[in-house]
Ligand binder design. Structure first.
Ligand SMILES: [Zn+2]
Ligand SMILES: [Zn+2]
Length: 275
């Protein structure tokens, strides 16, 4: 695999404020560099099968073993690699991969029972969520009513009133979900950080949609699940790909009508951007 064009920063822990600040800066600049490289298309479009299908599993292995060599990794430390999902199912879709071999091979519902690991995941996921929100803002603020006055002022179209501060920006983090699958299909444990919109050329089946917008998806906030919660989730999943598809935004039930849902998702995407 070709050497990525950006340099990567390797730091050891999340422990001190100074390190955290340093990492945040490195992380931001990496995000900026990667944005230019990778995240320009509005809707992720599938590439030819031959170039990507073979190696996803291997790639996740590389991403945790040799993050410095892997162009999909845009940030890493001793505990986690942050990667772009190779088959994004929404306009923004990142993965958080634990690098510890034992954790990487564990079932997420099992691994996240450990309060220490859960706490680490929360810290890392919060960073990734903030980056995902920034990415939404960078791409979609120009469509958003809540951003209009602020952008007009920044662009010099409007002037601030004397006693007025610059209006705050829209809370784009509301558009991001963080969580795991109750029955993950990939070998390496991963935590999804994904925008709600499900606007992507890679979203092709009911299963893809329901992976993220049904009880099959467990939000990170729901942890710890407790014994009962976990058993309940596990019981619920046996028929999960066949449950009705419910619009993430308006709650409309599309049953098994995927094509209709896709058309509706495009409309909802436009309206959501415009909020
Ligand atoms: Zn997954
Ligand atoms: Zn809807």
């Amino acid at each position: 695999m070709a050497e990525p064009p950006t340099t990567k920063t390797k730091n050891s822990t999340f422990s001190t404020a100074a390190l955290a600040a340093k990492k945040q800066t490195a992380f931001d600049s990496m995000m900026n560099a990667s944005k230019r490289k990778d995240l320009t298309a509005e809707s992720p479009q599938p590439r030819k099968k031959s170039t990507y299908q073979v190696s996803w599993r291997k790639l996740l292995g590389d991403a945790i073993d040799h993050p410095e060599r892997d162009s999909r990794v845009f940030y890493y430390d001793d505990d986690f690699s942050f990667v772009y999902d190779k088959y994004p199912k929404a306009s923004v879709h990142f993965l958080l991969l634990p690098r510890d071999k034992k954790l990487s091979m564990a079932h997420p519902l099992e691994a996240l029972k450990d309060p220490i690991f859960l706490a680490k995941v929360r810290v890392a996921a919060a960073k990734l969520k903030a980056s995902a929100a920034k990415e939404l803002q960078r791409r979609f603020a120009k469509f958003s009513k809540q951003e209009k006055r602020r952008l007009d002022i920044l662009n010099g179209v409007l002037e601030l009133d004397d006693d007025e501060g610059l209006p705050g920006s829209r809370d784009w983090e509301k558009g991001i979900r963080v969580g795991v699958h109750t029955h993950p299909s990939m070998e390496h444990m991963h935590i999804h950080v994904i925008s709600k919109d499900m606007f992507s050329g890679y979203l092709k089946h009911r299963k893809h949609y329901n992976s993220f917008h049904s009880r099959f998806f467990v939000n990170l906030e729901e942890f710890p699940l407790g014994e009962d919660g976990e058993n309940k989730r596990k019981r619920e999943i046996w028929h999960w790909p066949d449950v009705d598809m419910i619009c993430w935004r308006c709650g409309k039930n599309f049953k098994n009508k995927f094509t209709q849902l896709k058309i509706h998702l495009d409309e909802e995407f436009d309206e959501w951007k415009a909020e």
